[in-house]
Design a protein around this ligand. Structure first.
Ligand code: DQA
Length: 147
């Protein structure tokens, strides 16, 4: 199994960015933990970060060949991007949306997610652990035997 893990804009600044909201763990450390769990689960992960909406769209499109699921923290694009939602819809791979902070507790403009409507599920507010829970959840989903 191969899973695409996408981090959206400004997540490259994790660890220094608004630590009160996003914590002090850097993106490299989060990615390291994802890789470790992936090895335990015998899953391949392709982890990428971009500050550009179109680049994220292209990577989602490319996932059609070779990837079985997507974990995405679309960051600010969560609340603005019909293009990312449409790309996820188009490839129709099971997708889990992750947010470090609890977006439902924050400003009103963060309450809406364009991605949630096409995602298998959303994990919001659990910090970096959210990515690991998403990986376990997606792995379970992809390996479940049909009833
Ligand atoms: C975020 C929440 C978004 O509202 C924000 O724009 C981000 C990060 C999170 O992980 O909590 O950049 O996706």
């Amino acid at each position: 199994l191969r899973i695409l893990v996408l981090h959206g804009p400004n997540l490259n600044l994790l660890g220094t960015r608004e630590q009160g909201i996003y914590g002090s763990v850097a993106l490299d450390a989060i990615d390291g933990d994802i890789v470790k769990l992936a090895e335990e689960l015998s899953v391949e992960v392709d982890i990428r970060q971009s500050n550009h909406e179109g680049e994220l769209v292209s990577w989602i499109q490319e996932a059609r060949s070779g990837c079985h699921g997507v974990i995405i923290n679309p960051a600010a694009y969560t609340h603005t991007s019909v293009a990312i939602r449409d790309a996820l819809s188009a490839v129709s791979l099971p997708t889990i949306e992750v947010h470090l902070s609890n977006i439902h507790q924050r400003e009103d403009f963060r309450h809406q997610s364009y991605v949630a409507g096409v995602a298998l599920g959303q994990i919001s507010g659990l910090g970096p652990a959210g990515y690991l829970l998403a990986l376990r959840g997606l792995h379970g989903h992809l390996t479940a035997r049909p009833p």
